[in-house]
Design a protein around this ligand. Structure first.
Ligand code: ADP
Ligand code: MG
Length: 356
């Protein structure tokens, strides 16, 4: 029996919507509809169009008092670029709709916001091609759409993982969740205009606690989409399945395994913890592994690779390395994690909207 709507969380509702929506009813050109990071629509000229949309709501997806407008503009585009990367696609066009109260329209907000959005769009050669603006009674609401392309049939779906495939993640995990905790405790970003990459402690011997706090706050407020890795993995057909880490590794690995009808076994010691998280968390009674597993918003890519393709993987793309964290198993729904001699079922404990 279906759950009453009031008891459903986001994913239960979307599953129902997906069952009711025959995505091919009106057009056989929709190759992937609801259920992946983006939709895939076949075009002429041996290309598939990749389309994604992401909503940011004031007070829910960002805290206005801690989020400078320029960084909000950056993040609004970054989260959608991340979904395009998760399909192995190259981004080309963006559409942006924004609603804001009159005070935000009249102060510096809109110029700063669009400055951040357009700087990131320029960085990746993406063109703002349309959108809409409206006035809200209270709070800012932003919807960013990004369109990209792949060669026909080359989109990397969540559903392509097979038993024996190796599981990889880009970059490091836990930083964005630690940054959110720091922001909740009053930390604020120092220089919102700096487009410098975050400094790792290995790169700077005089790295202080203050520098670590800034790096983590920026991981939360200014995520870097792994666009380069997405393009390489898609164009060279290296990944069998992929998802971006927006809800948290534990939940997103479950999403990938559910869509592929497989399970996974991962090794806690191989999970690439953010150096600044390790440095600060030990002294603040926070568990870096828990932040990496369940924290979310790292916007790294989680992908699987057939063992025969592992040797073809580049070591780094755009300076970002990857880590092998485990293997796909044939047991559907079973996601296990090994920590020293201990093996446990990893429940999906990442972020869910409308969680009861
Ligand atoms: P992601 O975290 O990758 O952005 P979501 O978890 O937001 O993906 O969404 C999961 C899937 O559900 C996606 O395929 C998305 O397009 C679809 N989806 C989310 N909200 C809606 C909606 N209101 N109507 C139709 N499809 C939706
Ligand atoms: Mg996604």
């Amino acid at each position: 029996m279906p759950l009453p709507a009031s008891l459903m969380n986001e994913f239960e509702f979307l599953d129902g919507l997906r069952r009711q929506t025959d995505s091919r009813r009106h057009s056989t050109r929709i190759l992937t509809g609801i259920g992946d990071d983006a939709s895939v629509i076949s075009e002429s000229g041996n290309r598939d169009l990749i389309v994604t949309t992401d909503l940011l709501v004031e007070g829910v997806d960002f805290r206005p008092e801690a989020t400078p407008a320029r960084l909000l503009g950056h993040k609004a585009l970054a989260v959608s670029l991340s979904d395009i990367a998760a399909m192995g696609a190259r981004p080309f066009w963006t559409f942006l709709s924004i609603g804001m109260p009159r005070e935000r329209w009249e102060d510096q907000f809109k110029d700063e916001f669009f400055g951040g959005y357009l700087a990131l769009a320029d960085h990746f050669g993406v063109t703002l091609s349309g959108g809409d603006v409206s006035e809200t009674r209270t709070g800012i609401v932003i919807d960013s759409i990004v369109l990209g392309e792949v060669n026909s049939g080359a989109a990397v779906k969540r559903s392509g993982a097979r038993a024996g495939d190796q599981i990889f993640v880009t970059g490091t995990l836990g930083g964005a969740a630690a940054g959110l905790k720091l922001i909740e405790n009053g930390a604020r970003v120092r220089n919102q205009h700096s487009d410098e990459p975050q400094v790792g402690i290995a790169a700077n011997a005089t790295h202080t606690d203050g520098d670590s706090i800034q790096s983590l706050v920026r991981r939360q407020l200014r995520p870097n989409p792994r666009t380069g890795w997405g393009i390489v993995l898609g164009e060279q057909q290296l990944a069998s399945a992929m998802i971006d880490l927006s809800d948290g590794l534990s939940s997103d690995l479950h999403h990938l395994c559910d869509e592929s009808h497989v399970g996974a076994s991962i090794d806690a010691a191989s999970i690439p913890l953010d150096d600044d998280v390790k440095r600060l968390c030990g002294r603040r009674a926070l568990d870096p592994l828990a932040l990496a597993l369940h924290g979310g918003e790292d916007f790294e890519l989680l992908f699987t690779v057939n063992p025969g393709n592992v040797a073809r993987l580049p070591k780094k793309v755009d300076g970002i390395a990857i880590s092998r964290i485990g293997e796909i198993t044939s047991e559907p729904r079973s996601v296990r994690i090994k920590e020293k001699d201990h093996l446990w079922e990893l429940a999906p404990e990442g972020y869910v909207h409308f969680h009861s």
